[in-house]
Ligand binder design. Structure first.
Ligand code: C2O
Ligand code: CU
Ligand code: CU
Length: 487
């Protein structure tokens, strides 16, 4: 066994100073539930890549559309899914769907979701990125007991955005999300609908995450087990292929991993056009060769497959290996260009105009920290405190527009920060203006070790108590979560 120090150093060297280094920190991030780390190759089944198609998540139909409201009913229940070719894996699902289902909503038209809990653990359903009342926010302590149900109301009084929903039950959210309790919520509006972007079958949600399996294909969950979760899943399947037409596609990328950040790149290094982020379209499209996403973040991108001859097989790579095995972490899925198709879509040079930032009325300092000294039961802290559901950490005046200066005070462990209720703007990253990928509305922002990010959020909708936390959700389950109250 290498010593902790040698593991750390090796990881840092391999990953380089600018890369995420949590991969090297597995031994430091273990909780008391964690057995010694083992090399994954000893237990993981051998996966034949590109033998199964990419699953397209099921779009749910409302059971009622009366009174201008779309009403859905879902049962949280166990199911089995073919994640690895030839093996069936027990998962937790919304309505039996793995990957989680898609709800399509429209701004100004409310949605209700009646959630029945047929699992043996309490659950709580959070719509990530949404502006909803406190009771509908999926609070950690406001759980649905086994056998019980709860109806969540989503008023959709906000612009279009690619949102997602997932479990948020206190101390259980990270395992529940890991085992499958996550779904997609695509909110659209007239502004977005009027743009000639690829749509219908050419608009595909693509959630990417990692996982660890035993030799029988069972999911292994260990809190903080980052280095051993080395199988990448695209829409809940390991290394699938997607047959595409030689035209443009819109992909709604979501990093649904618990801890792993990814950096996506086409194998030939060709252009990806990013058109959106967490809170909808960017002001202008941005052409890049790589998309970096920390857990919980989204990116809307356009890929043009018309530049490839029919028969091309194009791998989507992850270049953020963090010292992990390249054969498992370096590839996500494959696009097979198999046919031609007409394409009348276009990417307008101007996508939307964001409202001007209000004059800030308050400033705050937020520190993100986690024990990284190798103690057996590491805790996570926001402003030096672990989560206490009975404590209000930040009191905000209704209508305030606040600048939060957020610093990751760790030496090695990456974090991000997610605020419930609001979409915010990023003002600065380490004193510099943010790049184009961060020029739109955001609800989750990555903060690397030692980094400081300034964001501005306006709290002019609901009053009540909401969470802010690190969305490396094993960290939030370790206490890295706090509450603000808008009053
Ligand atoms: Cu996506 Cu509080 O979470
Ligand atoms: Cu959220
Ligand atoms: Cu964190």
């Amino acid at each position: 066994m290498p010593t902790r120090r040698s593991v750390l150093t090796a990881g840092l060297t391999a990953a380089g100073s600018a890369a995420w280094t949590a991969g090297a920190l597995g031994p430091l991030l273990r909780s008391r539930h964690t057995p010694a780390t083992r090399p994954v190759a000893a237990t993981a089944p051998l996966v034949q890549k590109y033998s199964l198609p990419l699953p397209l998540p099921r779009v749910l139909q409302p059971y009622s559309t009366a009174d201008g409201t779309d009403r859905y009913r879902l049962t949280m229940r166990p199911a089995r899914a073919q994640i690895l070719p030839g093996l069936w894996t027990d998962v937790l699902t919304y309505g039996g769907h793995f990957p989680g289902p898609v709800i399509r909503a429209r701004s100004g038209r409310p949605v209700t979701v009646e959630q029945h809990n047929a699992l043996d653990m309490p659950t709580s359903v959070h719509l990530h990125g949404a502006s909803v009342s406190e009771q509908d926010d999926g609070k950690p302590m406001l759980t649905i007991a086994p056998g019980q149900q709860r109806t969540y109301t989503y008023p959709n009084n906000q612009p279009h955005a690619s949102l997602w929903f997932h479990d948020h039950a206190h101390h259980m959210e990270s395992e529940h999300v890991y085992r499958g309790l996550a779904g997609t919520y695509l909110l659209t509006d007239d502004l977005e609908q009027d743009l000639p972007l690829p749509s219908g079958p050419y608009d595909i949600p693509l959630a990417i995450r990692d996982a660890r399996f035993d030799e029988n294909g069972r999911l292994i969950y260990v809190m903080g087990d980052h280095p051993n979760r080395t199988t990448l899943l695209a829409n809940g399947r390991a290394y699938p292929y997607l047959r595409v037409a030689a035209r443009t596609y819109r992909l709604r990328l979501l990093n649904s991993a618990n801890l792993r950040s990814i950096r996506l790149r086409l194998a030939d290094g060709s252009d990806i056009v990013q058109i959106g982020s967490d809170g909808g379209l960017l002001p202008r499209p941005h052409t890049t060769d790589a998309i970096a996403l920390s857990p919980g973040e989204r990116a809307d991108v356009i890929i043009d497959f018309s530049r490839y001859p029919l028969g091309t097989q194009l791998i989507l790579n992850n270049t953020n290996l963090e010292g992990g095995p390249a054969d498992q972490l370096g590839e996500v899925m494959r696009f097979d260009v198999v046919r031609t198709a007409v394409d009348h879509s276009e990417i307008p040079a101007q996508l939307r105009t964001l409202p001007p930032l209000p004059t800030p009325t308050a400033e705050r300092t937020i520190t993100l920290h986690m024990d990284e000294d190798g103690r057996p039961d590491p805790q996570g802290y926001i402003n030096d405190k672990t989560y206490d559901p009975d404590r209000i950490d930040t009191l905000i005046r209704h209508g305030a527009s606040e600048i939060w200066t957020v610093t990751n005070t760790n030496q090695f462990v990456p974090h991000n920060l997610h605020l419930h209720l609001v979409q915010f703007r990023i003002l600065e990253r380490d004193g510099q203006a943010p790049g184009p990928a961060e020029s739109g509305l955001k609800d989750t922002v990555m903060v690397m070790p030692g980094e400081t990010v300034k964001l501005q959020a306006t709290f002019d909708t609901y009053r009540g108590t909401y969470l802010y936390h690190c969305h490396l959700i094993d960290h939030s389950a370790m206490g890295m979560m706090a509450q603000f109250k808008v009053a």
